[in-house]
Design a protein around this ligand. Structure first.
Ligand SMILES: [Zn+2]
Length: 475
C-alpha cells in the first residue's frame, strides 16, 4: 500500500462497539460464496486485523482501503473454531489449512500488508529492552507560539492530547526545527528580550524561526529526552543563536545532537542516552542550511565524512548499545524519499546504525527494514513528518508517533525487534492548534487513511493498546 494515498476511497465506517476481527470474519463469510477474488479483496481491506492485534476497544473509525495484494491472504480462525491444541487458519474459501505448512507469521502479515515491518528474532529473547518514541518536526509557526505564550501550560497546550503517549516510551525524540535564542533578532544581533511575547523581533516564525527557551523545559515535562538541532533553521539566529540554544537545552537537561557551541571544536556531535541499562547514541545531521555560511562549523552536515566515521566509532564503542541517526534531508512535501536518502540510509546502516529517523519533508515518507551485508537489520523511517506546525494541507498536518523497540540479544547485540505507529493530526480551532491522536478523537478519517496508506494497517497501534511492538508474535 506504500505510496498509494487512500483519500480517494470512500471510508466505510464501522459501528461503534464493532469488533474489527468479527467484522472481518463476517466479510469473509459474506464474500466467500461469491468467489475468492472478491473475498480476498475484502480480507485485504486494511481494517481487518487478526484477532491477536485487535484492540480491546473498537476503533472509532475504520477507513477501508482496497489492497490488491490482499487476495490470497488468510484470516485466522477464532480459537473456538480450532480444535484443542490445534493451530489452524481458514483460507478465504473457508478451507482449513495447517499452519505448519504455511509461511512464517511475519511473512503472512507481510502478504496481507506489504508495508508491514517485522524483524528477525522479534518473538524471541529475554534481554533488556526499551521503547523509543519518535515524532517529527517541532515547527512552531507564529499562531502556535502565540497560543503557547498565552496558555498556562505554555507549549504543552499544543500537544496535551498526546502527552501521555509521548511519556509512555522509555526515550522520546523529536526534531527541534529552530533556535531558542533569547535576546537575538533576525540578524543575530543582541536586543532586549521581550519575555513570553511574540514580538516578531526576537520571537519569530517562517522564514527565520526563534522559539522561547521555555520550550526546552516544556518538552522535558512532556517526556522528550532528546532532540535534533541540526536542520536548515539551525542558524536562523546566527552563530550566537546556536550557542544560546545549546545553553537553553543544557539548562533544561534536554539532550541534543547535531550542533555545537562556537570554539568547542572538540565537542562531539552525538549524545548518549541511557535507559534500563541500554545506551543509545543519537547522531543528527542536516543536508541543507537556510543561513550560510556556517563560519564556525557548528552544524553537522549529512554529506560530511564525520557522519559515517562517527557511526563506525559508535558501533565499536562498548558503552553504546544502539546508534540512531536523525538526518534532516530530502525534498520538502515529496511523498517519496529521494534516491540519495535511500543510498545514505543503506550506507549508515552498513556502518552500524540501528535505526534512522529522517525529517525535513514536512510529510511522512515510508519506512523500510534494511539488511546489511552481514545480515544485521536496521529500520529507516525516511520522514517523520510534522509533529506540531501550522501547515494546512492534509499530508502536512498528518503524521505519526512511532514506537520502536530495541532489545539486547543473547549475543550482546542490541537490535530493533518491532515498530508500531499512532496516526497523529494537527486540528485547527480558530487560531489554535492541537496535536491529536486520530484514533483517540475519532478522526479525521482522511488523515488516518493518508497515514495508513504509507505505513499500512498492520503496524498501527491504537492509543489505548498495550505497547506490543511485534504484532505477528501473537500468531
Ligand atoms: Zn527543515
Amino acid at each position: 500500500m506504500r505510496g498509494s494515498i487512500a483519500s480517494a476511497e470512500a471510508p466505510l465506517r464501522a459501528p461503534r462497539g464493532a469488533d474489527p476481527a468479527v467484522l472481518c470474519r463476517a466479510l469473509v463469510l459474506v464474500c466467500a460464496p461469491r468467489g475468492a477474488l472478491v473475498a480476498g479483496l475484502m480480507v485485504g481491506v486494511v481494517g481487518c486485523h487478526p484477532p491477536a492485534s485487535a484492540p480491546v476497544d473498537a476503533p472509532k473509525d475504520m477507513s477501508l482501503v482496497a489492497a490488491g495484494e490482499g487476495a490470497g491472504a488468510v484470516e485466522r480462525a477464532p480459537a473456538a473454531e480450532a480444535g484443542e491444541g490445534e493451530v489452524a487458519v481458514s483460507d478465504v474459501s473457508g478451507d482449513m489449512v495447517n499452519l505448519d505448512a504455511a509461511p512464517r507469521a511475519d511473512e503472512r502479515w507481510r502478504a496481507r500488508d506489504p508495508a508491514y515491518v517485522a524483524f528477525e528474532g522479534a518473538c524471541e529473547g529475554e534481554g533488556a529492552s526499551i521503547v523509543v518514541a519518535a515524532v517529527g518536526d517541532l515547527l512552531l509557526h507564529h499562531e502556535l507560539q502565540i497560543q503557547a505564550f498565552a496558555a498556562p501550560e505554555r507549549h504543552r497546550a499544543l500537544w496535551a492530547g498526546v502527552e501521555d503517549l509521548l511519556m509512555r516510551a522509555d526515550l522520546t525524540y523529536g526534531n527541534l526545527e529552530g533556535p531558542m535564542a533569547a535576546g537575538l533578532d533576525r540578524e543575530g544581533r543582541e536586543v532586549d528580550d521581550p519575555g513570553l511575547v511574540f514580538d516578531r523581533v526576537v520571537y519569530t516564525a517562517y522564514p527565520r524561526f526563534n522559539f522561547h527557551a521555555s520550550l526546552a523545559e516544556d518538552l522535558v515535562r512532556s517526556g522528550f529526552d532528546v532532540v535534533s538541532t541540526a536542520n536548515n533553521h539551525a542558524l536562523d539566529r546566527g552563530a550566537l543563536g546556536v550557542d544560546r540554544t545549546i545553553a537553553a537545552l543544557r539548562a533544561a537537561k534536554l539532550a541534543y545532537t547535531g550542533t555545537r557551541a562556537r570554539g568547542d571544536a572538540a565537542a562531539r556531535w552525538y549524545t548518549i542516552t541511557r535507559s534500563k541499562g541500554i545506551g543509545v547514541a543519537w547522531l543528527a545531521c542536516t543536508e541543507l542550511m537556510n543561513v550560510r555560511p556556517d563560519a564556525e562549523g557548528q552544524v553537522l552536515r549529512c554529506g560530511d565524512e564525520a557522519v559515517e566515521a562517527t557511526i563506525r566509532a559508535l558501533k565499536e564503542d562498548r558503552s553504546v548499545d544502539a546508534v540512531i541517526v536523525t538526518p534532516h534531508w530530502g525534498k520538502e512535501y515529496a511523498p517519496e524519499p529521494r534516491a540519495s536518502q535511500v543510498t545514505l540510509a543503506r550506507r549508515w546502516a552498513e556502518a552500524g546504525a540501528t535505526a534512522i529517523f529522517g525529517s525535513h519533508p514536512h510529510v511522512n515518507q515510508r519506512w523500510e527494514r534494511l539488511v546489511t551485508s552481514g545480515g544485521r537489520e536496521a529500520l529507516v523511517i525516511y520522514s517523520l513528518g510534522n509533529f506540531a506546525s501550522h501547515q494546512p494541507e492534509l499530508p502536512r498536518r498528518s503524521s505519526a508517533l512511532f514506537y520502536v523497540g530495541l532489545r539486547r540479544g543473547a549475543d550482546g547485540q542490541t537490535r530493533v525487534f518491532g515498530a508500531r505507529y499512532v496516526p497523529l493530526h494537527v486540528r485547527q480551532e480558530g487560531d489554535r492548534f492541537f496535536v491529536e491522536a486520530v484514533d483517540r478523537v475519532g478522526g479525521p478519517a482522511e488523515s488516518r487513511a493518508h497515514t495508513t496508506g504509507i505505513f499500512g494497517e498492520a503496524n498501527l497501534i491504537r492509543p489505548e493498546e498495550a505497547l506490543r511492538l511485534a504484532p505477528h508474535c501473537g500468531d
